[in-house]
Design a protein around this ligand. Sequence first.
Ligand code: RTP
Ligand code: MG
Length: 147
Amino acid sequence: MERTFLMVKPDGVQRGLIGRIISRFEDKGFKLVAGKLVQISSIQAQTHYAEHEGKPFFGELVDFITSGPVFAMVWEGDDVIALSRLVIGKTKVTEALPGTIRGDFAAHTPFNLIHGSDGPESAEREIANFFEAQELLGYSKNLDLWI
Ligand code: RTP
Ligand code: MG
């Protein structure tokens, strides 16, 4: 079973989109195994986006991601890394298709609402940057019990 790190960025938190963003992943059938609202430090942001260090937009990106709380999450499911990036949509708002989170809600490229890990190694590294092992909760969905 695969896990990914997803994070509603400060624009998504402040626009009141946490609930609707979470719904997209619940609707897809993935399982939420950790989540918290967190104000990240500049160091933590630089670690998270280390692959972009040196790029012209790096400073702006770190400022943006530390400008307010983010909602950090870990989700579990088959192929959750690749599938959640499809649910999220393309990085540039001019390329993000309707039906995706960015396509439906984002209007300016750096402010594209949500981050999703781009592979198994980044997922592992990003989860460790935000969560202690004991914060990840395994459980079964016993739907017959409740409905
Ligand atoms: P993310 O890492 O946040 O999930 O986004 P991504 O994989 O779709 O895009 P990536 O290439 O990793 O870029 C990380 C974030 O940096 C901002 N960005 N700004 N001004 C620009 O040209 C530019 N390019 C990227 C975006 O917030 C992007 O999500
Ligand atoms: Mg990325």
